[in-house]
Design a protein around this ligand. Structure first.
Ligand SMILES: Nc1ncnc2c1ncn2[C@@H]1O[C@H](COP(=O)(O)OP(=O)(O)OP(=O)(O)O)[C@@H](O)[C@H]1O
Ligand SMILES: [Mg+2]
Length: 1011
């Protein structure tokens, strides 16, 4: 950390003096760079005044502020030097307005600090900023993402200029002043001596001058604005929300309306509002290409703010994010690890890794991210948080957004969402706050808008009427028709004194087509390739696909800009890009392509992405879409598979299932045969387990996926792949109460084991046999097979079987072995295995497995009547399984909780909870275990005199266990029957029921229930 006596310039000087390690080996590059050095004033005093903890908070705030200001201007934060921040503008890529953007960033920092001081109790933060522009040498060295190997006098100069600045001002060199143009006012400070520089230099101080910064989307879109027409009511409502947020009580609203109706425009207007001057603005954008990429808008934003480039390799991106979480957000080790797993893991190389308790981490990441979001919202300086186009939102982001909406009320924050009427929030818009429906413009408003475009000058009433009629109140169409008819007027027709042609196209597609047709062929080509890539398209990519020379390409692009079809800017990864004026314009251009041309272009785009190995981050989802559109169905399915695995690995089940569905659709287009079977099989292999974990093994969808996989496997005759699928098929039969069928299916695994012994087959076969035997009441057989599993299992060798079976045999085997011992009367032995299951689960760290271990502990405790232990573990079970979304585990935990409450005297509450838990259990399609729950519930009914309900329940379950052959619980049902009969005064009947209970327990060797 700097002190007020030491010169930050010296630190910088030292840094520069170290220089690059081995310059001779490295490729070097000469270029112009603008360097901004922003040092925090008086850090020693701040530290002394506020103490280390509060000071580190202040420092974090300061770093955040500088980072965001830099990134908003497409700069790169090169380094944090204690409390100072060094930013480059023009690295890794340069543009002519780097100096301007540096000055803009400095201006933003100074403004924001002033605002911040108004709300910080007591503390005053001030910066001294120096900006210098000059030639540098860049020694490119692997692993240097931030230009640590940049050498040039301007680095030193920026540091020296900074020392000349007084608190909360910026001083710039003459070159910067000159290149920054007229956008800012500067005060000439005359020639100054700069330490280390021979000649005195004329330097300039930045004068405060208001100028609104652009959001990155505005920056991308370019500015071409007509005045807003109408929307007074809507705007008033949004202003009210912002005013309330400024007062500390936040809220949320959703703007809903058809494409082109003006949702984005309304936000734009709000953002430029006078009242918004003290507000902060954060915008997250959803995209049609990433509807199933989990957390896409958040990741996209982080990449942007942290300066990740689109062509950074994956590990480079990870390094950058890690470093910036730590230094800019000051996350601790655990938080960093969580964020890294959740937001830094995108890309096809993400392994399908269920090892990390990912669901839990997801929620922790949500917490960290929302805390970070809300930390910037302070009364007096509210935050406007925008989620654009959530009709394209991915399921995980949707969950995150709902979370933010729910919590907005407690913060100085307005969460504003835009959506078309379709999409995941259709029908439940109120989850996003107050619903603001945007209606079409009235005829008068359409005329007003047409005139306001400035294109309607000289149009007669009739022409205006055509515009109003054709555009039907949609502002985007008004603009487009006005522009088209204006061109007609300005062109040949007007010259010849003709009336406006009336055969104008009816649709926007036709309109855009018309516009395109008038452009030169190069511009058309660029537009068409661009539209194939997406709404935002990378210029480098499109240029290489277009095979146009640089100058021709630039001209073509300028033509598109002039025609207001697309505008250039920077995409999120600081790549030069262009964006179509509107999503509908992109659609329309795309729609103008013939089928064959479309295929060809998508194929080219896909090839370009595929050939760019290791560099640009390929999104499997995007690639799969291009391949599908190119008619390359097998490749498309393969990339869907990759996307599904990545999503499953991130714990994003909904996304994984969506990819699988699309992958399967692509395989259906393939000719029948081994190749198709193979792809489908690999998709099914993820589908089945994902369904099992998220919906439970009893659900028909899971069964169907297994059955199909089995069918395919039998055709292929590959025993090794066969075992997990057979196992899970048997598991589905077991869960549905088809115990005999489960055994029969499992016979096949024993047969494979005989033919070709393997640990996987051994563990699977014995676990399944033991599981089925236990429910059938054959405790000795259960003991034999489950003991075999537990004896053979070695975590070092077998824990990875989880990936293939979605079953941890060690934990699951101990769970059921513990139950077996307990039922056979060896309760201490049972408890031992339950505890061992928990230890093992902690070791293997998979959430579903940990859930089973909790079950093992509370079910054995219930069986031996140990209320405190059962209560403790089931409480954790409800919380844990609830958070993870494991429905059957939540159900069982609830039943146990209810049982414990009833045992402790809160019988009504207990009954209620048991009833709820049983209903939830039944909903998962799980037939087993229900008789056990019924006996517990029946005893509780009897205790409060609800004998009829108890009787009905027992009757029903007597019938069910007979039907399913789940004889394990027969003794208990008979015991509960005895309890019921004795309460009803039928002592003879009770004694007879007790006798039956004993006989059945003896038959089952269930010593626990013999007494
Ligand atoms: N009330 C209005 N006054 C003036 N211009 C408007 C108005 N509403 C929309 N526009 C213009 O119409 C065009 C389309 O509007 P906008 O992009 O806001 O639509 P949108 O509802 O966000 O569509 P999408 O769902 O496709 O994102 C823009 O050029 C915008 O400036
Ligand atoms: Mg929009």
């Amino acid at each position: 950390m700097s002190t007020s006596t030491r010169h930050p310039g010296d630190r910088l000087g030292a840094l520069i003096a170290q220089g690059p390690a081995e310059p001779s080996d490295m490729p070097s590059q000469h270029r112009q760079l603008t360097v901004m050095f922003a040092d925090l004033v008086g850090s020693t005093a701040l530290l002394e005044e506020h103490g280390p903890e509060a000071f580190s908070d202040l420092l974090r705030i300061y770093h955040n502020l500088c980072t965001e200001a830099t990134r908003t201007q497409d700069g790169t934060v090169a380094n944090y030097l204690g409390d100072g921040v060094i930013s480059y503008f023009g690295y890794p890529r340069g543009t002519e307005d780097d100096p301007l953007r540096a000055v803009q960033a400095a201006w933003t920092i100074l403004q924001n600090l002033e605002q911040l001081n108004r709300k910080l109790a007591g503390a005053r933060l001030a910066a001294r900023i120096g900006i210098a522009t000059g030639r540098v040498i860049i020694h490119q060295k692997p692993g240097d993402y931030y230009g640590e190997n940049v050498v040039g006098a301007c680095l030193n100069k920026a540091a020296r200029l900074q020392t000349l600045a007084s608190a909360n001002t910026a001083v710039v060199c003459a070159a910067t002043r000159k290149l920054a143009g007229k956008a800012f006012d500067f005060e000439d400070l005359g020639p100054q001596d700069l330490k280390g520089f021979e000649q005195p230099e004329v330097v300039f101080r930045l004068r405060p001058r208001r100028r609104k910064g652009l959001s990155r989307f505005e920056a991308l879109r370019g500015e071409r604005r007509t005045p807003l027409v109408g929307r007074d009511r809507e705007l008033a409502l949004l202003r009210k929300l912002m005013a309330r947020a400024a007062g500390g009580s936040g809220g949320a609203a959703v703007l809903v309306g058809e494409p082109g109706i003006g949702k984005s425009r309304l936000i734009d207007v709000l953002r430029r509002d006078r009242a918004m001057e003290s507000a902060r603005f954060l915008s997250l954008q959803c995209s049609p290409a990433h509807q199933f990429s989990s957390l896409h808008p958040v990741k996209d934003y982080l990449d942007w703010v942290f300066g990740v480039n689109a062509d950074d390799a994956r590990d480079v991106r990870r390094d950058k994010l890690r470093r910036l979480f730590q230094s800019a957000w000051q996350t601790d080790e655990e938080q960093t690890a969580v964020l890294m797993d959740v937001v830094a893991s995108s890309g096809p190389e993400q392994e399908a890794n269920a090892d990390i308790g990912i669901l839990l981490k997801r929620r922790m990441a949500f917490q960290i991210l929302s805390k970070k979001v809300f930390s910037t919202a302070v009364p007096g300086h509210p935050l406007l948080l925008v989620f654009e186009d959530v009709h394209w939102i991915d399921p995980t982001s949707a969950e995150f957004l709902e979370n933010l909406v729910r919590n907005a009320a407690d913060h100085a924050c307005t969460v504003l969402t835009t959506t078309r009427p379709e999409g995941p929030f259709a029908g439940r818009l109120s989850a996003l706050g107050e619903v603001v429906q945007l209606e079409r413009l009235s005829d008068a408003q359409s005329v007003e808008l047409a005139k306001a475009t400035g294109l309607a000058a000289g149009m007669d009433e009739e022409t205006l009427h055509v515009i109003v009629e054709k555009s039907d109140g949609v502002p985007l169409f008004v603009e487009e028709y006005a522009s088209m008819l204006a061109e007609n007027l300005g062109g040949r027709e007007k010259a010849e004194g003709q009336k406006v042609r009336r055969d104008v196209p009816m649709t926007l597609g036709g309109l855009v087509q018309n516009k395109l047709d008038r452009l030169n062929p190069h511009a058309q080509k660029v537009a068409r390739i661009g539209a194939t890539v997406g709404r935002v398209f990378d210029l480098q990519l499109v240029r290489s696909l277009s095979a146009l020379g640089r100058t021709t390409f630039d001209k073509a692009l300028a033509t598109l800009e002039a025609a207001d079809i697309a505008h250039r800017g920077m995409a999120s990864g600081s790549q030069p890009a262009a964006i179509f004026k509107h999503a509908l314009v992109q659609d329309a251009v795309y729609g103008s392509l013939g089928t064959a041309e479309r295929r060809r272009l998508h194929g080219l785009v896909a090839d370009a992405m595929l050939s760019d190995k290791g560099g640009r981050r390929i999104t499997a989802e995007v690639l799969a879409d291009h391949l599908l559109a190119a008619g390359r169905n097998r490749e498309s399915a393969e990339w869907r598979l990759t996307a599904a695995m990545a999503a499953a690995g991130e714990g994003s089940a909904a996304e994984a299932l969506a990819h699988i569905t699309r992958g399967l659709a692509a395989t259906e287009l393939l000719p029948a045969g081994d190749e198709r079977d193979d792809v489908e099989l690999r998709l099914r292999a993820i589908e089945g387990p994902t369904l099992m974990v998220t919906r439970g093994p009893g659900k028909p969808a899971f069964g169907a996926a297994q059955a199909r996989a089995l069918e395919l496997l039998r055709r292929q005759n590959k025993p090794d792949n066969l075992v997990p699928v057979i196992y899970n098929t048997a598991l589905h039969d077991w869960a549905c109460g088809r115990l005999a069928e489960a055994d029969r299916v499992n016979d096949e695994i024993f047969a494979i084991l005989d033919a070709e012994p393997s640990d996987a087959a051994y563990l699977a076969a014995h676990t399944m046999r033991g599981l089925v035997a236990w429910h059938r009441g054959d405790n000795p057989a259960a003991l034999e097979h489950l003991s075999a599993t537990v004896a053979r299992y070695d975590p070092a060798l077998h824990r990875e079987f989880y990936m293939r079976f979605l079953k941890e045999f060690g934990v699951f085997g101990r769970f059921y072995l513990g139950l077996t011992h307990t039922v056979m009367g060896k309760t201490a032995e049972g408890t031992k295995h339950a505890k061992a299951a928990l230890e093992l689960a902690k070791l293997v760290k998979r959430p579903h497995v940990y859930g089973f271990a909790l079950l093992a502990n509370f079910v054995t405790a219930m069986l031996r009547d140990d209320v405190p232990t059962a209560s403790r573990y089931s409480e954790e079970g409800i919380e844990f399984a609830g958070r993870q979304g494991f429905p059957e585990m939540v159900a069982m935990s609830m039943i146990c909780q209810g049982w414990a409450k009833a045992k402790r005297g809160a019988i009504d509450t207990g009954i209620h909870q048991m009833e709820e838990g049983s209903a939830l259990w039944a909903m998962t399609g799980f037939e087993n275990w229900q008789a056990y729950f019924a006996s517990l519930l029946s005893d509780a009914y009897v205790a409060v005199g609800r004998l009829d309900e108890a009787r009905a329940l027992l009757d029903r379950h007597d019938e069910r266990v007979a039907r399913f052959g789940e004889a394990q619980f027969e003794p208990l049902l008979a015991k509960s029957r005895a309890v019921l009969l004795s309460a009803a005064g039928d002592l003879g009947g009770a004694a007879a029921a007790m006798q039956i209970a004993r006989e059945r327990a003896a038959r089952n060797k269930a010593a626990l229930w013999m007494g």
